[in-house]
Design a protein around this ligand. Structure first.
Ligand code: DGY
Length: 334
């Protein structure tokens, strides 16, 4: 089939230039809504297309793949995370799944670094104090945070994003610790002066700031369980820009409230909205899942979607195929 005849259905509003390019290259059905489609609308769309350009929030589970038409051959996901897609069910039906890794790693790392700085230095608390009229002049003991330089950063999942965070953190004087299924390339480890921890439990007890950067899979659900969160030192902070489901959010909120953990910087949540206790906590910075939200990354993500569809249309293997069992899709040691 020629690329121009390939039916591509997009499930969400994308940047204008990405939509234009998709429309130029393929028989594209665009979508104008900012909100996810209902499961029935998603199924209807899938039954009439060769390629579904889906994204986060589209529930592509086993039931979806059971009812999607036989002509559906490619899910070209706009986004790096694929925890909303049942990859095994897709592959069992001969459907290829692609994602958009790499292009958002640097932007996501910037935001993680912003949280690593913002929480210990009480940045948002300071802004709020000023806006609420509670700043009455400098005082030696007012609004004291904790120094970032010299602290130990423990990265759970040192992949593309984790490595980009490590580079930034090193420049800010943090020492780098990480937990993966296995150590990274020794050259990169040496360059980052990164310390590998085979035991996540031992790393958690040792570090001052934890950054969560592994994917959400069944194996990483509540990887930071209440038991593991209790291993953290009382002065430690938790930063999560990956997926909310990796942390037991209720336990995190309780431990912060009890003063057993010093604070948190979160971009993602277990449910749609954050735990009420976290919303009300002073030492917590909450963002609305915006770590990769730059104009540049969204356009580059769109370009990856287009490259994957084009390669597929031309009869080649798309470059960003999500392959079950590849290290980068697996959990670190649980
Ligand atoms: C991703 O790519 O999975 C992000 O979480 C959305 O920007």
């Amino acid at each position: 089939m020629s690329a121009a005849a390939l039916k591509v259905a997009v499930t969400r509003k994308l940047p204008q230039q990405v939509e234009q390019r998709l429309a130029d290259l393929f028989d594209t059905q665009l979508h104008t809504s900012l909100a996810p489609l209902s499961p029935s609308a998603l199924t209807k769309l899938a039954q009439n297309t060769d390629v579904l350009a889906a994204t986060l929030g589209d529930q592509l589970d086993a039931a979806f793949f059971d009812t999607a038409g036989d002509q559906l051959k490619l899910i070209a996901n706009f986004g790096a995370g694929v925890d909303h897609i049942d990859i095994a069910a897709a592959n069992a039906r001969g459907i290829t799944v692609t994602n958009t890794p790499s292009v958002l790693a640097e932007d996501a790392a910037d935001m993680a670094m912003a949280l690593i700085l913002a929480v210990p230095r009480r940045l948002v608390e300071g802004v709020r104090a000023l806006e609420d009229g509670n700043f009455h002049g400098w005082s030696p003991t007012w609004m004291l945070g904790r120094r970032v330089r010299g602290k130990k950063l423990g990265i759970i999942g040192l992949g593309r994003v984790g490595e980009a965070i490590a580079r930034r953190a090193k420049a800010f004087g943090l020492s780098i610790h990480y937990h993966n299924r296995k150590p990274i390339n020794p050259h990169i480890e040496e360059e980052l002066q990164a310390n590998y921890w085979d035991s996540l439990d031992q790393m958690l007890a040792h570090v001052d700031i934890v950054s969560i950067n592994c994917p959400h899979t069944p194996a990483t659900f509540h990887l930071l369980s209440q038991r593991r969160l209790e291993l953290l030192q009382p002065h430690a902070y938790v930063v999560n820009i990956s997926r909310g489901e990796i942390v037991d959010e209720a336990a995190l909120a309780d431990l912060i409230e009890a003063g057993r953990i010093a604070g948190a910087g979160l971009d993602v949540y277990e449910r749609e909205t954050p735990n009420e206790k976290l919303v009300n906590a002073a030492n917590v910075v909450l963002l609305p899942h915006m770590a990769s939200a730059t104009v540049e990354s969204r356009i580059e993500m769109g370009e990856r979607v287009i490259i994957n569809i084009k390669m597929f249309a031309d009869g080649h293997k798309p470059p960003d195929r999500v392959i079950l069992g590849l290290d980068r899709n697996r959990a670190p040691n649980a």
